[in-house]
Design a binder for this molecule. Structure first.
Ligand code: GSH
Length: 470
């Protein structure tokens, strides 16, 4: 942290930050307003944010950025190995109904030998900097619904604006906040994919949740896509896609009569998004279509925790990447990852649960198991001796530096000890053998109270932040 700020100054900065957020669209839907999800412009509130950026070593920031194109390539290669995905997830399939449904769609596509020539990945790889070892360690790789490409850019701008006014007093230089162009780079990748699809009438289909609070982040992306690239988006829930979607004989997906070039998922990553068979029908329909899926079912599966853990096993990365330097860089950022089939590690975790995190195959935050709950869960699984343990993986717990931070949510200020995690966005676009885009696309810094185990801004545990290079 940057130490104590005098109270009068802090109050003034908070006031300015709240005004700035309202004027610049750093907003989310207000969970306390019933109409906020229904009508745009009604029931909005500033997104939760940290008052000042987190200091972060420049070398580690560069390291995280350099990993982005390598992970893009890795996801693409893994996604091409359908047998690896199916085999690695075979035990998980038996005990996890959600993963099982995804795998069913994936095998159907394998059976018909479905080839997606145009492949678009918009990923975000999340890391924490372990304080003791000074290692940048990957927490997870999001290949579906990576949130906040829009709002993260605004937080960097907000912090730059605050430092332009208060930096001298605080001894902080606004130029040390790196440029964050996530939204323009994501829009550009979508626009380039749209050009490859080559149907001027087609739109981008944004798949959204029925009760979505993060819609302004999504609107930012659609709006940049429209204004800068003249590409139109339509927003539909899985239920609406089921009702309005139809496949033409040539594979074109029409939704409400509009041809779809790209399906951009901002829903569909959690079982809650599939309350009935209709939503699963929609997912299958989309996968069967010729539209570019972001992500395809195989990209989605390549981002699961189980695959992350499989890739961390000795000699597995080598099956997918040739470049030795790339392999070494990726391996260096892997934390300890284990399957629950390993009795030694399960024993260690029962003994010292504080050194581990237990993760189910779930996205979206709020699902991990820690501490005494972790010990109890492992003992229960051991006792039952069923295959249920295949629903989880174990990961080494990472201990980042803790600093005193001012967090603002719903206009209320909290001062607390907090930890941060950095996410690096990346875009990948390939048409047959031609890699058109493979790049890092800006960052997402998130900060949460250190005593809280859970993360995730959308899930209500963390706040948006930016970084200050040191
Ligand atoms: N539906 C929401 C959206 O589209 O923004 C939430 C999606 C979501 O939770 N995405 C996860 C994420 O990036 C990855 S699957 N979460 C970041 C956070 O909430 O802090």
């Amino acid at each position: 942290g940057f130490g104590e700020i005098e109270q009068g100054l802090a109050d003034q900065m908070v006031h300015d930050a709240l005004v700035w957020s309202s004027l610049h669209g750093l907003v989310v839907g207000d969970r306390n307003n019933k109409r906020s999800g229904k009508v745009p412009g009604v029931g909005l509130v500033h997104a939760p944010f940290a008052l000042l950026p987190v200091s972060f070593p420049e070398s580690h920031f560069r390291e995280a950025c350099e990993l982005a194109p390598i992970f893009n390539e890795l996801v693409d290669r893994v996604s091409l190995d359908g047998k690896f995905l199916q085999d690695s997830l075979a035990r998980t399939k038996k005990v996890d109904a959600f993963t099982s449904r995804l795998l069913d769609i994936h095998s159907k596509m394998m059976e018909i030998n479905k080839k997606d020539e145009i492949r678009l990945g918009l990923h975000r790889s999340d890391y924490m900097l372990d304080e003791q070892t000074k290692l940048l360690l990957q927490l997870e790789l999001n290949t579906i619904s990576s949130s906040f490409p829009g709002l993260s850019c605004l937080v960097s701008e907000l912090h730059r604006s605050l430092l332009n006014h208060y930096g001298e007093t605080l001894g902080l230089d606004p130029r040390r906040i790196p440029t964050n162009a996530a939204v323009s780079q994501y829009a550009e990748a979508l626009a380039k994919a749209w050009i490859e699809f080559n149907n001027p009438k087609a739109a981008v289909l944004v798949v959204v949740q029925t009760e979505e609070l993060n819609m302004y982040d999504q609107h930012w992306l659609s709006s940049v896509l429209r204004e800068r690239h003249n590409v139109r988006s339509i927003r539909k829930t899985l239920a609406e896609i089921n009702a309005e979607g139809e496949l033409q004989p040539d594979g074109t997906l029409l939704v409400g009569g509009v041809p779809v070039a790209i399906i951009y998922f901002r829903a569909g990553y959690t079982p809650n998004d599939y309350p009935s068979e209709l939503e699963w029908r929609a997912r299958l329909l989309m996968e069967e279509s010729s539209a570019i899926k972001c992500p395809s079912i195989s990209y989605h599966l390549a981002g699961t925790k189980k695959i992350q853990q499989e890739l961390a096993k000795p000699n597995v990365l080598e099956r997918f990447l040739e470049n030795k330097e790339h392999i070494a860089k990726v391996r260096k950022c892997f934390a300890g990852l284990w399957s629950l089939e390993d009795p030694d590690i399960v024993g260690k975790a029962i003994e010292s649960p504080e050194l581990f995190v237990m993760k189910p195959q779930r996205e979206g935050g709020g699902n991990n198991i820690y501490g005494s709950d972790l010990r109890e869960a492992l003992l229960r699984l051991q006792h039952e001796g069923t295959e249920d343990n295949a629903a989880y993986i174990l990961m080494q717990r990472i201990f980042p530096a803790i600093s005193l931070t001012t967090l603002i949510r719903d206009g209320i200020c909290y001062k607390d000890h907090a930890v941060s995690e950095i996410g690096v966005y990346s875009a990948y676009l390939r048409n047959k053998d031609n890699v058109i885009v493979n790049e890092q696309c800006g960052y997402l810094m998130r900060t949460k109270i250190s005593s809280s185990n859970e993360g995730g801004v959308a899930a209500g545990f963390a706040v948006l932040d930016s970084l200050y290079l040191t």
